[in-house]
Ligand binder design. Structure first.
Ligand code: SAM
Length: 475
């Protein structure tokens, strides 16, 4: 093990007092948000909760305590004494007990990972969103108790899970990440952070990465290991339209380690389902881009249909009947992944994004849709209120649809209240965190919106993360 840096962001001590155990036998309860299951050990102080990773609901496990606070302990299951039928040989042992973060469900069969995520979604909607959100979700067609909606696999997972060859089925959910980040330990070895820790553990294998990244040999080849030994931050990027690149402390290198003058990569997204053919994008190599290889296409289709309805070949248009299509305000728009199809199929589009570099990329990417207005600036209550009312004269100049894809913490109350104040007919909310989703949907319901649809997409197999898309309509 090698270490560097400051220590965990939130300090939790692993060692207990003289009479506190280092290991315990636990009967494991349901999964909770964050990639662990909840256990309530018998004979422990009333209400003590242990968050156990690397376990499955219903299992009895021997667990090693990894952190203690006054309210809860954390533990890693190191042995399943009675194993769940959903337990499988982990596809990434280095992310197992005591290992790196980012592959915490790799011991769970893929369909059971989606059941796990469905349960977590339902739990967040109920506990964090409150009864109003829980009821709204239960009223949706696909929802069944305890709430939540099915978590849908990405197309390449469906293909692998239904393959005849058991070896292909066993590897379902691997080989899908087009972006990987490595840290370099004090000993110069490439690795990743241990769970909730600044400690860097060496890794040999990157099974979740697409083959183009694995084949680079960043963690195994001597030439790369020598080159990376003094680096701090290493990113590997496998764009959909071009060769992979490696970014070492900001310098973009080819697969053979040669510095490249071009700082950008090309992405192409099949939008034939929307009648748009191939969408082309160029983005800075280190810019945000959806990580799962099927994610750009899935999001483009799902969000464009949800936002534009009939105009995008779907049902239930919002702003329908307006000449030229609905007016769309898009918040947190990045390099324009969603802006482009919205602008090609919708009416007027205004987007707002905080990163100026991303807006410069979006500006090029939106050349086929020159009427889109791309704004750089923070999404705040004030900026939403202003932009939401600044569409061309005609009607009342307000947005018909607001699309938002905020970072993990969600949009927050101020921004949602400003959206409610603008009063679009439809809001399409993309969220990568179910707790933030529950909060933001709750604020929209309290603002008078009705939940019309909710989809959950498994864009991060073998981790506890997933993406959700909520559609809300003003009655
Ligand atoms: C989840 S990404 C979505 C980007 C885009 N929809 C996509 O799929 O590629 C969130 C984006 O929000 C931007 N962002 C984060 N906080 C922001 C803020 N307060 N104001 C404006 N943009 C912000 C980030 O730079 C990032 O591009």
């Amino acid at each position: 093990m090698s270490g560097r840096g400051r220590g965990p962001a939130r300090q939790e001590k692993a060692r207990g007092g003289a009479h506190e155990p280092e290991e315990m036998i636990l009967v494991v309860g349901p999964p909770a948000h964050g990639g662990h299951c909840v256990a309530r050990p018998q004979g422990e102080p009333e209400g003590r909760v242990v968050f156990v990773r690397h376990a499955l609901p219903g299992e009895t496990v021997r667990a090693r305590i990894t952190a203690r606070t006054s309210k809860m302990w954390r533990a890693d299951a190191v042995e399943a004494l009675t194993a769940s039928p959903d337990r499988v040989e982990p596809v990434w042992p280095e992310a197992g007990p005591g290992g790196v973060g980012g592959g915490e469900l790799s011991h769970v069969a893929l369909p059971a990972q989606r059941t796990w995520k469905r349960w977590v979604l339902a739990d967040c909607l109920r506990r964090i969103g409150g009864p109003e959100v829980a009821e709204a979700v239960l009223a949706l067609p696909f929802s069944t108790p305890p709430g939540g909606v099915p978590v849908e696999p990405m197309p390449c997972e469906t293909a692998a899970e239904t393959a005849e060859d058991p070896r292909v089925r066993a590897l379902a959910g691997t080989g899908t990440r087009t972006r990987v980040e490595l840290a370099i330990g004090d000993d110069g070895a490439p690795g990743m952070h241990a769970f909730r820790s600044a400690t860097i553990l060496p890794v040999r294998d990157l099974p979740l990465a697409v083959p183009a990244i694995r084949d680079l040999g960043l963690t195994t080849r001597g030439s790369w290991r020598r080159r990376l030994a003094r680096a701090r931050r290493v990113q590997a990027v496998a764009p959909s339209a071009g060769a992979p690149v490696v970014i070492v402390d900001g310098t973009v290198l080819s697969a053979s380690g040669r510095p490249l003058s071009r700082q950008r990569v090309d992405e192409s997204v099949d939008a034939s389902g929307l009648g748009l053919g191939e969408l082309r994008y160029t983005v800075r190599a280190d810019a945000f881009w959806q990580v799962h290889r099927d994610a750009p296409r899935a999001l483009v289709e799902a969000v464009t249909r949800a936002a534009l309805g009939d105009e995008a070949g779907g049902a239930g248009a919002s702003g329908a009947g307006r000449p030229g299509g609905p007016r769309v305000l898009e918040l947190y728009s990045g390099s324009g992944l969603l802006t482009l199809p919205l602008a090609l199929l919708g009416g007027e589009v205004i987007s707002l994004e905080g990163s100026e570099r991303a807006v410069r990329d979006a500006d090029r990417n939106l050349r086929p849709a020159p009427r889109a207005r791309l704004m750089a600036g923070r999404v705040t209550g004030a900026s939403v209120t202003e932009l939401g009312r600044s569409f061309s004269p005609g009607g009342d100049g307000r947005a018909d649809v607001v699309v938002l894809d905020p970072p993990r913490q969600g949009a927050g109350r101020d921004v949602i209240e400003a959206i409610v104040g603008v009063g679009p007919a439809r809001v399409v909310l993309v969220a990568c965190d179910p707790a933030a989703l529950a909060r933001d949907v709750g604020s929209l319901l309290r603002g008078g919106y009705r939940l019309e649809g909710l989809r959950a997409l498994d864009m991060f197999p073998h981790t506890h993360h997933f993406e959700t898309i909520a559609v809300l309509q003003r009655p």
